[in-house]
Design a protein around this ligand. Sequence first.
Ligand code: GDP
Ligand code: MG
Length: 169
Amino acid sequence: EGYHGSAIRIVLLGQNGVGKSALALSLAGLSDRSLSVDSETACGEGYERTVSVDDEESAVIIYDNWKQDLSKLQCEVVVLVFSVTDRRSFHRTAQLRLILRESLPHTPIILVGNKSDLVRSREISTEEAHSSAMMYDCQYLELSASLDHGTTELLEGAVRAARGDCVGP
Ligand code: GDP
Ligand code: MG
């Protein structure tokens, strides 16, 4: 819209503490120098970058703290984040998915289980999250924002979903 033209807007939603801000930095390519995030890279409250996926460049903007009414959300992709170590955060993504399906019935949603590095405190299995995502026709990805594992796959998946390229759950 307007100033940002056809940039792909990716919005991260989920309970506090699941790692949205860490993930946003990682997706923005800033995880190595998170101490020096400045106004040059921050765009509004989002991070702007270009990314090459399938030999095509796309501008993306990553938003990690949507504070307004969810019914006013406008974006090309929603990433619903929970922590695999916190069942409540998993329930929260289910609630958000229901709300979003009302206002944004056609916007692709990607379910993300973060903190996969915390193996010993895991509360949600990959299988459970995966079958939940399948029921709602979402893609499921598991990753660790801290270790920067799986974040590239998420960015690529989000860009492909926004382009309307086929992405299975
Ligand atoms: P937000 O409230 O959703 O924005 O979550 P934050 O990004 O602020 O992260 C909350 C806490 O979880 C911080 O202490 C992060 O360092 C930690 N965290 C985020 N991602 C991961 C991860 O992948 N693994 C682990 N072990 N900790 C993480
Ligand atoms: Mg945050």
